[in-house]
Write a protein that binds this ligand. Sequence first.
Ligand code: SF4
Length: 215
Amino acid sequence: MINKLPQNIYNAQLKELYAIHQSGRKPRLLLHACCGPCASSVLVQLYDYFDITIFYTNSNIYPASEYTRRLAELKAFLPHFNQDYHANVKLIEDVYDPQAALKILAPHAHDKEGGQRCHLCYEMRIRKAMAYASAHHFEYCTTVLTLSRLKNSRVINEIALKVSQDYPEVHYFFSDFKKNKGIDLSIDLTTLYDMYRQDYCGCVYSYHKNSESTK
Ligand code: SF4
């Protein structure tokens, strides 16, 4: 377990992947994912190194129909990915509890996107994933959230570092998935697999902000 983030997170990510490759084994990784487009790029970046299970824990998403749509898209994509990449990625859905998420997010309803509300939202989901990984004996855990160009990867990793102190038996895989054209890869894969890509981040606040800006 580390207690300080590396200066260059992307280099640390590559070093860790190299060490795993050298070990000749594929450790089990629980991957928090919020949608198919973000998961697709991260899966291509990681499937050679890990035995991956996706954990869909996204109680922040509003409305429920959108939560279901993103999950359905991810479920539909996975068999194609597994076939095309000769992979065996599995998917687990967490309980959808939007009321619990609102209790955390509502006091920060007026925060700017990327501010404290989002930090709490990242923490909520990373903590859920780390707790599940710990309870089910995964060696590694990480999130696709660092793929987004609208999210600060360093902040997400700082939050994950804090959460990981409570789960010392699970290695948190520090990442900067947007680096090295990770986003371009996501855009290409979304087109290739004809996936739905949402136009707002997820919560009710980002939903209304997006609706206002498109009026
Ligand atoms: S904008 Fe996105 S990251 Fe921020 S609170 Fe809403 S859903 Fe979570």
